[in-house]
Structure formats: structure tokens, C-alpha cells
Design a protein around this ligand. Structure first.
Ligand code: ADP
Length: 297
């Protein structure tokens, strides 16, 4: 089987209420996959089930071909996890955080030191190895979390809102790090609230280096526990409509999708009164709002 991650009819129920409902999809090896959804959609619960932190109530989940319930140890060995809740220890140094993780995974020396050095260099923290983590910036802490998650050489990396609360330059640097990992073959699943993040990492808009023949990643949108759409950015745009007519009506805006930009323009040209109307290509945020009926918060 070639899938890195596979879910089949997965449910999670709390107090008789299903917060994840009948979720089925697969992520291929080497793919970068963005999971989007409004707050409460079930993204974190899904990530927690995929990373063995909580058990599915029903259905089957396989990671690298291992069942999350039967083979949870093997699943844990094949994944790296960066969650908001699994933060680094501020009272330890950068190196001590890495050393602790390396020992947890029983990585013997000198390999452990080699991997610690390798990953600290990769996330540009080599020069901060002896500093206490509480003296690092938010972006550095996040990079340390990523280095720590990669220490045991997993094939799949889970990132739950990796750039939340970071400034634009720091976010861009993290995107490059995440993209670099994917270019090296790492399968990545990330959740985020930021549309530009998904467009950059999973869309066709990301910077592509020469000779980089990767396929664009895919995007899944969840709402009320269900996966409501799944595809590449281009597929989602084709499905919803690539052309958008934006029209101001009183205090608010109306959005009208057309299959192509030309059709949206034709429609606009036919209007006698074009006041408050404009045409532009649709983007992921337009599609998200159209499908979930809500703004991100
Ligand atoms: P998201 O990450 O998309 O914001 P979550 O997976 O955190 O969504 O939450 C989905 C729903 O599940 C929410 O309504 C939340 O209140 C509920 N939920 C999450 N964890 C628990 C829990 N441990 N007990 C009860 N309800 C929970």
C-alpha cells in the first residue's frame, strides 16, 4: 500500500455527539496536505486520532500501513508531531530539549548527537544550542519544536497551526523550512487558519525551484465534523468557479462565482449599472467562505 495516511469511515463521539463524522481520505507518501476548517470543525480531534493521542470511536486509521489502535508504537515511530499543546521546556536549553527527546526515542550516541546537530542546523538554531528555551523568540521555539519532532527520523510530520501568532517574516521562514522538508520527501499534514499558508504550501502559488517536479499538495476543508471538499487548489477553484464577481450591496458584499474569469467579465459587461461591482479570480478564502458560510475566526 502506498498511502502514508488512510482514514476509513472514522467517527469520534464525545457524550453521544459526533465531532468527527464518517471521515474517509488518504494522503500519499510525499504529499503535503492542508486541513482547513472553522473553529470546532474537528481538525484537532482528527490530528489527535491520527497521532494516537485519542482513539477513534469507529472506523479505521492506518499510518504508514500500521493501525493506530493495534500498532500504536509503530505508528509513533513513523510520525513527528508538532502540536500547540506539546510545547518545548523553557527551563531547559535548546540542546537539552533535543537530548531529552533523543533519549526518549532510545537513539544511541554518537548518532543522537549527529542528528541533534543536523536538525538544529536545519532549523537555524545551531548557534543557540546552549541557550535556555525561555530566552528564544516564538519563531525559534516553533523551529525547535519542528527539529525535536524530526529527531527520530519520522516519515510523516503533523503540524497543528504551525505559524499561529508569528510575524510575517518568521512565518515565511517557517514555510520555507516546511517546504524544504516536503521537497526532501517528507509527508506533511498541517492544519491552519491561514489561507495564504495553504496557498503557499499546498497550492500552485508556492515558489518552485528548478527541477522541482512535485505535484501541488491537496487541501481538505472540514465543517461540523465532516470533510466537505478535497482537492488541489486548482481543482477546488474549478469546482467552485475560477471567476468571481464581487458586488457591494449596502453595507455588505455579495460574491457570485462563474466557471471562468471571462464569463464573470461578460456578466459584468452586460450590467447597465456596474456601480460597486468588480471581477477578479477566485481564491481559497472565497471558496472557504462560500463552502462553510463563515469567516475564519
Ligand atoms: P477544531 O480543531 O477544528 O477547532 P476540535 O477538533 O478542537 O475542532 O473540536 C471539535 C468539536 O469537538 C468541538 O465542538 C469541541 O468542543 C469538541 N471536543 C473536542 N475535544 C473534546 C473533548 N475532549 N470532550 C468533549 N468535546 C470535545
Amino acid at each position: 500500500m502506498n498511502a502514508a495516511i488512510s482514514l476509513e469511515n472514522v467517527y469520534k463521539t464525545y457524550n453521544n455527539r459526533s465531532v468527527v463524522k464518517d471521515l474517509s481520505f488518504t494522503i500519499e507518501k510525499g504529499e503535503i496536505f492542508g486541513l482547513l476548517g472553522p473553529n470546532g470543525a474537528g481538525k484537532s480531534t482528527t490530528i489527535r486520532m491520527l497521532t494516537t493521542l485519542t482513539k477513534p470511536s469507529q472506523g479505521q486509521i492506518e499510518i504508514s500501513g500500521y493501525d493506530v489502535l493495534r500498532d500504536s508504537m509503530l505508528v509513533k515511530q513513523s510520525i513527528g508531531v508538532v502540536l500547540q499543546s506539546l510545547s518545548v521546556d523553557g527551563d531547559l536549553s535548546v540542546w537539552e530539549n533535543m537530548e531529552f527527546q533523543g533519549r526518549l526515542h532510545h537513539i544511541p550516541n554518537p548518532k543522537r548527537q549527529r542528528l541533534i546537530n543536523q536538525w538544529l542546523e536545519y532549523v537555524e538554531l545551531g548557534s543557540r544550542r546552549n541557550d535556555l528555551v525561555k530566552t528564544l523568540s516564538g519563531g525559534m521555539k516553533r523551529r525547535l519544536q519542528i527539529a525535536r519532532a524530526l529527531l527520530h527520523q519520522p516519515q510523516i510530520l503533523f503540524l497543528d497551526e504551525p505559524t499561529v501568532g508569528l510575524d510575517p517574516q518568521t512565518r515565511r521562514r517557517l514555510w520555507e523550512i516546511i517546504q524544504g522538508l516536503n521537497q526532501q520527501g517528507m509527508t506533511i499534514l498541517l492544519t491552519t487558519h491561514y489561507m495564504d499558508e495553504v496557498e503557499y504550501l499546498c497550492g500552485a502559488f508556492g515558489v518552485r525551484t528548478a527541477g522541482d517536479n512535485r505535484k501541488p499538495g491537496r487541501i481538505g476543508i472540514m465543517d461540523s465534523g465532516k470533510l466537505i471538499t478535497l482537492g488541489t487548489l486548482q481543482e477546488l477553484r474549478s469546482e467552485s468557479g475560477e471567476g468571481l464577481l464581487v458586488k457591494q450591496v449596502g453595507e455588505h458584499w455579495e460574491y457570485l462565482f462563474f466557471p471562468t474569469l471571462r464569463e464573470a467579465s461578460n456578466y459584468l459587461n452586460q450590467q447597465e449599472d456596474k456601480t460597486g461591482m468588480m471581477v477578479r479570480p477566485s481564491n481559497l478564502e472565497d471558496i472557504f467562505v462560500e463552502l462553510t458560510g463563515r469567516q475564519l475566526d
